[in-house]
Design a protein around this ligand. Structure first.
Ligand code: PCA
Length: 208
């Protein structure tokens, strides 16, 4: 059975919930007959998150790694095409550290492309009636950092793991009380979109 590492993030920036963690928890409960799904909720911590993810990748050597995070204000799933070697935090992480204009890996490649078929993932989510689009930047905060770390670890250790990062909108409850409401998406809808994305990621021939 193929193995999937599926990660989300804990809440950050003063929020009490992170949709990515909620989606990952649902996968942990529902499981899959066709896939071994290993889940992790990563801390929003510039030291701990990359370390945890690297360790999990090297321990598991999964066939695929799907990383999820929240992008407040987005109206669709954003399938990230690229991770850049840059930390430029607009807010501190949950440990109070704010990295500004620093590389993630000094001397590392400037960027990595996703090693999963991102356009097919967008199409599959849309076919499941879930708004989705390609994105050219995962930002310069923790999501980009773990994405870059995953791609870097796979490259260094010759892992055939297919990696992709997907940003999720905020949940409707997170916009309650907004003076001018932000776009949001129901958990159920996000879950359907991520399921469709996973089908693409794991149906394609592995170790090609
Ligand atoms: N979103 C942040 C970090 C954690 C999360 O869920 C980001 O986009 O970098």
């Amino acid at each position: 059975m193929p193995t999937l590492l599926l990660t989300g993030f804990e809440p950050f920036g003063g929020a009490s919930i992170n949709p990515s963690a909620e989606v990952v928890r649902r996968f942990a409960i529902d499981g899959s007959d066709a896939l071994e799904i290993v889940t992790a909720i990563l801390p929003v911590d510039a030291l701990a998150a990359p370390r945890l993810l690297s360790e999990s990748l090297l321990d598991l050597r999964p066939d695929a790694c799907m990383m999820l995070g929240q992008a407040d204000g987005y109206a669709a799933l954003a399938v990230e095409r690229v991770a850049v070697n840059l930390c430029d935090f607009t807010i501190p992480d949950n440990a109070g550290v704010q990295r500004i204009d620093e590389p993630i890996v000094p001397g590392g490649p400037a960027a990595y492309f996703a090693t999963a078929p991102v356009s097919d993932i967008v199409q599959a989510a849309r076919a499941a009636d879930v708004p989705a689009e390609l994105s050219l930047s995962a930002g310069a905060y923790l999501c980009n950092m773990v994405y870059y770390t995953a791609l870097h670890v796979c490259s260094l250790h010759n892992l055939a793991t297919r990696c992709v990062f997907i940003h999720l909108p905020s949940l409707p409850a997170q916009a309650n009380g907004d003076h001018r409401p932000r776009p949001t998406m129901a958990l159920e809808t996000m879950y359907s979109g991520v399921r469709a994305a996973l089908r693409v990621l794991t149906e394609i021939p592995l170790n090609a």
